[in-house]
Write a protein that binds this ligand. Structure first.
Ligand code: AMP
Length: 285
């Protein structure tokens, strides 16, 4: 396992791999790795001899009142997780390495970046788009692997890569869940035992919506209401949004058509922990 900490060295190592005829798979992360991240690394390792996981807690995608300072960090353990999942390299730059003094460039997307997470976390997707572009330029992957868990992020990244002509393919893989359905997340460690039990309501609400949509139920507001009612059965849950939208555009028509692929999205806080989750469903099954 090679740990690389500078952009220049990362580019040199990636170039050597390409020159030697190897393809590169990369998995951008903020570290504190769990089985969801490991599944992305394993998929990358199944098709690429060179698999680099970036570990960088990106300050520019956190709002001023968010959890940047207390975000869990554990490089030693992460190295073990990457290694066990078949990764060959880690790219772990410092904040100064990624944002040297005088850094002024931001990538800003209109449209899909401006609703849901974009509304509740202003500037978040500017930070994500800019750091992902920098990470892809450093790691030069043939394929970059992302989780469906951050659904809107996958749309933003795909759009940004297409718009800028970055020569990497984006692969999106399913969300890994705990046995009770809770989506795995580095932030789950913040949950108190009571929060942890109640957090399962999020996936339960998404399953309610999914079941109705599969049966052909296509009234968007009514789908939202079904999910919201389930979420509100936990009084302490502070809902940011619960929504059903067309999966490729995030548009919200009054009614979906049979055959539409729809994403059901939830973001909510339990205590001080903010959780997001989503499922994809085809209307009418
Ligand atoms: P993060 O470290 O939270 O920024 O996540 C890094 C990557 O792992 C992103 O592409 C996430 O969507 C993905 N990821 C996070 N949680 C999961 C999960 N439970 N299952 C699959 N992928 C995930």
């Amino acid at each position: 396992m090679q740990v690389v900490t500078t952009v220049q060295e990362m580019q040199a190592v990636a170039r050597q791999a390409h020159d030697a005829g190897q393809t590169i798979g990369c998995v951008p992360t903020m570290g504190s790795l769990h089985a969801g991240h490991a599944s992305l690394i394993r998929h990358a390792a199944a098709t690429h001899p060179f698999v680099v996981t970036s570990i960088f807690v990106n300050p520019t995608q956190f709002g001023p009142t968010e959890d940047f300072d207390k975000y869990p960090r554990n490089l030693e353990r992460d190295i073990e997780t990457v290694s066990a999942a078949g990764g060959t390299h880690i790219f772990a730059p410092s904040v100064d390495e990624m944002y040297p003094p005088g850094f002024t460039t931001t990538i800003h997307l209109r449209g899909i970046a401006n609703k849901f997470e974009g509304t509740f976390r202003p500037g978040h997707f500017d930070g994500v788009a800019t750091v992902v572009a920098k990470l892809l330029l450093a790691m030069a992957p043939d394929e970059a692997f992302f989780g469906q868990k951050d659904y809107q992020q996958t749309l933003v990244v795909r759009r940004m890569v297409r718009d800028l002509g970055i020569p990497s393919s984006i692969v999106v893989l399913p969300t890994m869940r705990e046995p009770d359905g809770l989506a795995m997340s580095s932030r789950n460690v913040y949950l108190s035992p009571e929060d942890r039990m109640e957090a399962t309501i999020i996936y339960a609400a998404l399953c309610d919506g999914m079941e109705m949509a599969m049966r052909g139920f296509n009234d968007r507001e009514a789908l939202n209401k079904i999910m919201r009612t389930r979420l509100e059965s936990i009084g302490r849950l502070d809902i940011d949004y619960v929504a059903a939208a067309l999966a490729d555009s995030l548009e919200e028509p009054e009614e979906f058509q049979t055959g539409d692929e729809v994403v059901l999205l939830v973001a909510a806080k339990l205590g001080t922990t903010r959780l997001i989750d989503n499922v994809l469903v085809r209307v009418g099954g």
